[in-house]
Design a protein around this ligand. Structure first.
Ligand code: IMP
Ligand code: MG
Length: 181
């Protein structure tokens, strides 16, 4: 299956971009401790590289949003599961997301995190597809914005999956957009 993947961003491009983002994020927090919250599972590889480029005191947590697709009504998001009970109140929270596509997952999650009363809440996304947005939400940092017509292809690798496959590829690649599940 790997031979169907075309390389979009190489390992070297990703490493350079992650280092740049690490510096920007570090500067933005001015020495404060941060709480990094990774959106499972797609952001695992990105987050593990990114936190090593942020020389601040930080804690790491994971969150998962389960979703269900419905035929006509679009998608209904059902559940948010945190890895451990995360004390977000009063914390500077950095949510690390894999792909912001329609924005539904991110906006739903942000609303829930806000209920915990963090001191601040910012988002760093690996990939942003701004033209696919159904809900207006913007990451504070994006490693790679992907625009039309490329946004029509399905991205895999570096943590991103298609049906749980391809997460281990060291680069970000594309496969032809699969039929809707
Ligand atoms: P949204 O709620 O439509 O913004 O979708 C976000 C989620 O859909 C991401 O967290 C990804 O897991 C998944 N997703 C969207 N587009 C892609 C893609 O091109 N490749 C892999 N996963 C994707
Ligand atoms: Mg997925």
């Amino acid at each position: 299956m790997r031979d169907q993947v075309s390389v979009l961003f190489t390992e070297e491009q990703i490493a350079r971009r992650v280092a740049e983002l690490g510096e920007e994020i570090t500067r933005a927090y001015g020495g404060r401790e941060i709480c990094v919250l990774g959106l499972m599972k797609g952001s695992l590889v990105f987050m593990s590289d990114l936190i090593r480029r942020i020389p601040l005191d930080l804690t790491v947590h994971l969150v998962r949003v389960t979703s269900q697709r419905e035929q006509a009504a679009g998608r209904i998001l059902t559940e948010i599961v945190y890895s451990t009970s995360v004390p977000l109140e009063g914390k500077d929270v950095l949510l690390v997301a894999d792909i912001v596509d329609t924005g539904i997952t991110l906006s739903y999650l942000l609303a829930h995190i806000h209920e915990h009363g963090p001191a601040s809440l910012r988002v760093c996304a690996l990939v942003d597809k701004p033209e696919a947005r159904k809900i207006d939400v913007h990451p504070d940092w994006t490693a790679f914005p992907v625009h039309e017509p490329l946004a029509d292809r399905f991205l895999v690798g570096y943590g991103l999956d298609w049906m749980e496959r391809f997460r281990g590829l060291p680069f970000i690649g594309t496969i032809p957009r699969p039929a809707p599940r």
